[in-house]
Ligand binder design. Structure first.
Ligand code: SAH
Length: 342
């Protein structure tokens, strides 16, 4: 601290509260940056708002004001000729594989934002805010709106690419012969596991329309000859044949009853001693800051799901015929929660 920086304690509480309240203004500006693909347009050299407006068919003077605000919080730079340039932060929104641009789009604009607008509805009724905002459950909405679904699936792929490295750094899948990723989206996780384990085969399982979108990615991947794809509904059944089932960011979409139904179907598909691996945030039982406490609210508003504590995971495993064997934390907010068929 250099003596000129005010500590949180010195900022008057009303001002601190205003800073918290205006967090969503920043978030909405980031949405505009992501949606218009501006991070790519400024990647090589700084551009004026008018040039960027011409390239994106937007209104220059208004765009200028958004960019000026974003520069003021360090998302982009602004030079003395009012040209806006890239920063490591804006680079994360480039239109490249593994970027979080699509996540910013789905989260801050397309679906999650309107759902968060109905948070109070969830708090008042226990209902699902998304369903109130959109008139139907999120997975039905995505099934009917392929453009939105594409952004969502790209968002998941981008986040998965971010999470994969932290996962492989702490968890070795080598003990398995055949692994199935249930609700595996476009296959970013299963292909990375198979790439690391040349002797292993895999199954990617998701809803038929998601599998249709994943097909080309799997076929052109380095593990195409070792990865089957199957479309279906995990509430009906999941394919058998794998000795290990992984579900990443699935169980947090569902309430306990629905989660047990999915896990029982996994139980049925696994052989004796089969392994179950969940990748989810584990909510600390204490009051410390942890990202899981906000992802939990994202689930509350989007799907009626939840993030869970270790004790809650233990109970869920027990209720669906598994024994939780260990929890391996990663550098990300997500842990590997491993269990065996009891
Ligand atoms: N595991 C992926 C995707 C998580 S998003 C990842 O970590 O990136 C949740 C996934 O569950 C979506 O791909 C969605 O299509 C899938 N899903 C939702 N309901 C389903 C159902 N009834 N049967 C199969 N998959 C379903």
């Amino acid at each position: 601290m250099d003596g000129t920086t005010a500590t949180a304690r010195e900022i008057p509480p009303p001002l601190q509260m205003l800073q918290l309240i205006s967090g969503f203004w920043i978030a909405r500006c980031i949405y505009v940056l992501a949606k218009l693909g501006l991070a790519d347009l400024i990647k090589d050299e700084p551009q004026t708002a008018d040039d960027l407006a011409a390239a994106t068919a937007t209104h220059g003077p208004s765009l200028f004001r958004v960019l000026r605000a974003l520069a003021s919080v360090g998302v982009i730079t602004q030079d003395d000729r009012n040209r806006f340039g890239a920063t490591p932060l804006s680079e994360t929104l480039r239109d490249v594989p593994g970027s979080i641009r699509a996540f910013a789009m789905t989260e801050l604009g397309e679906e999650h934002y309107p759902a968060w607008g109905e948070l109070l509805h969830s708090v008042r009724t226990g209902g699902i805010a998304f369903d109130k905002a959109f008139g139907e459950p999120v997975w039905e909405f995505f099934a009917k709106n392929p453009d939105n679904a594409k952004i969502f699936n790209d968002a998941m792929s981008g986040m998965t690419a971010q999470a994969n490295a932290t996962l492989h750094a702490v968890y070795d899948f080598a003990g398995s012969n055949k692994i199935m990723d249930v609700g595996g989206g476009h296959g970013g996780l299963i292909t990375s596991i198979l790439e690391k384990n040349p002797g292993m085969t895999g199954i990617l399982f998701d809803s038929p329309q998601v599998i249709a979108g994943a097909q080309a990615k799997i076929e052109t991947s380095a593990v195409a000859d070792r990865c089957e794809t199957v479309g279906g509904d995990f509430f009906q059944s999941v394919p058998s044949g794998a000795d290990t089932i992984i579900l990443k960011w699935i169980i947090h979409d569902w309430n306990d009853e629905q989660s047990v139904a999915i896990l029982k179907n996994c139980h049925q598909a696994l052989p004796e001693n089969g392994k179950l691996i969940l990748v989810e945030a584990v909510v600390p039982a204490t009051s410390e800051p942890h990202f899981s406490k906000f992802i939990d609210l994202n689930m509350l508003v989007m799907t009626g799901g939840r993030e869970r504590t270790e004790a809650e995971f233990r109970q869920l495993y027990e209720d669906s015929g598994f024994k939780l064997s260990r929890i391996v934390p990663t550098e990300s907010p997500f842990s590997v929660i491993e269990g065996v068929k009891a």
